[in-house]
Design a protein around this ligand. Structure first.
Ligand SMILES: [Zn+2]
Length: 127
């Protein structure tokens, strides 16, 4: 029984060999994956930059012993309140935002409370 002809995902040339082959060679495989990663990086880079900026600002204040900081001061230094990795509604109805292993929430008069949060356990982590 003759199988259908398949073509390289990168260059489009007909493939010869195993039925599950997707590329002519390592060069085509690498080019294909590099191009895909470049597109993903282009989209993700500004988000990563903002998250890292937010994290650095919160981390620096916490390291300096300032767990309470005015929101205006953070924003003056480039803090973007729209950028967080998680958010959670606390029992009192306050939204708590997470940026990696730090979390923060707004108190009265636009003061931000910063604190460390426990690292999330990877999926399937039973013990
Ligand atoms: Zn190819």
């Amino acid at each position: 029984m003759k199988r259908n002809q398949t073509y390289c995902l990168q260059c489009g040339l007909p493939l010869v060999g195993r039925a599950d082959k997707k590329y002519c060679d390592d060069g085509c495989r690498n080019s294909y994956h590099n191009a895909r990663m470049m597109d993903a990086n282009k989209i993700c880079r500004p988000y990563h930059r903002s998250l890292k900026q937010n994290y650095s600002l919160l981390f620096d204040h916490l390291q300096a012993g300032q767990s309470l900081v005015h929101k205006d001061e953070l924003m003056l230094h480039g803090f973007d309140p729209k950028m967080s990795t998680t958010f959670e509604l606390m029992e009192d109805g306050t939204l708590c935002y997470g940026v990696y292993d730090l979390e923060y929430f707004e108190l009265k008069d636009r003061y931000i409370q910063i604190r460390h949060c426990p690292a999330p356990k990877p999926p399937g982590w039973a013990r």
